[in-house]
Design a protein around this ligand. Sequence first.
Ligand SMILES: *Cc1c(COP(=O)(O)O)cnc(C)c1O
Length: 431
Amino acid sequence: MQFYSTNSPDVKVSLKEAVLRGLASDKGLFMPEVIPHLDASFFGDIQNKSLPEIGFEVLKPFFCPDIPEETFKAIVEDALNFPIPTVPVSKNIYSLELFHGPTLAFKDVGARFMARILSYFVQDQEKEINILVATSGDTGSAVANGFFEVPGINVFVLYPKGLVSQVQEKQFTTLGKNITSIEVDGTFDDCQRMVKEAFLDQELNDQLVLTSANSINLARLLPQSVYYHHAYAQLKKAGIKEDVVFCVPSGNFGNLTAGLVAREMGLPVKKFIAATNINDIVPKYLVTGEYVPAPSKSTIANAMDVGDPSNFVRIMDLYDADHSLVSARVEGLSYTDDEIRVGIKRVDDSCRYVMDPHGATAFMALENKLKSGEMGVFLETAHPAKFPEVVETVIGRAVVVPERLQAFMKGVPQSSRLSANLKELKAFLLK
Ligand SMILES: *Cc1c(COP(=O)(O)O)cnc(C)c1O
């Protein structure tokens, strides 16, 4: 399959080029030239298929034969090596628990896929590939763990000194091997600027192969379609016959876009609901038809503090910027921090289910929009133990910390310290 840029649909590139570049040279985002339709027979017995089996069938049309089928099958099995269960929370609401991966957040899925796909494409290259990533927390840990011990790839994580939570910091500074952590004397914006400058620096690029692991990369986005199919399979297996509504806590809208792709592939979905915090650019668009980006505001669901969601252009591309088509498929709702806290508390009290602040927005939006005769699934994108300050205060007791998070906490952090300028970063990378 070939891929085009949202800015110039006539220019097509190969899978390899789309994955290695991430962003098209005209600054557009890559899209698959067609969204393949899966056979009715696939959905007919989807309830009997395992997560990797579903993953292979759903993704094969995009990734094969550019990647040979047998190789791709192994990549899928290796990337999806943890469960993604659909768990009942209330009478008609299920939680799709996306936090059973190494860093306890859904970004593990995309990061693990992208690492293995990139590794496949660079295996015949002499030079190792160097991933530079600036992080305020979550992205760094998902990318570092996704790429950990993947051959041919080195990862450099830049993070602002003192501004990343201890749990998050431990998740990338304790790995070692092909993961190098760099503590920058500055802010997240400084880290991001240094990474951008490094990508533009001629001398650096002459000597090193530099790439980003940005979330706009298709190798991160498309694999996220898989768990929508998997959720449907689990509901079907449980004998549920109602139409399914998916509710997605959204920031850059990659997760929701992947859901829309799943729907266009034939997955029976009644509707999508986009839940946001007060950064409600898309919910407003869905009502008014006007897209008005704004500076992001910080909230307790901080992975969704986005004022100009990068994947919005992909949603526009999927539906030819037709507001009536988009709003027929997606509804939106937004929540304040106080409402999120109340939601976490209420669901803990009434259902004995502890949610993280992102998942909580989705639960509430789903509950609000669900009609009788519909079954709802919300995406629980992170484990509540990743947000102890918020969650434990609200529910009044400690959250049980999963073992793999505890293991990170016991690790010994290692990082190098740099000033916030390109000169130091350059010297560091070249030595
Ligand atoms: C990144 C993130 C989101 C937002 O996902 P998008 O694909 O950017 O919309 C939601 N919840 C958590 C926990 C995240 O880390």
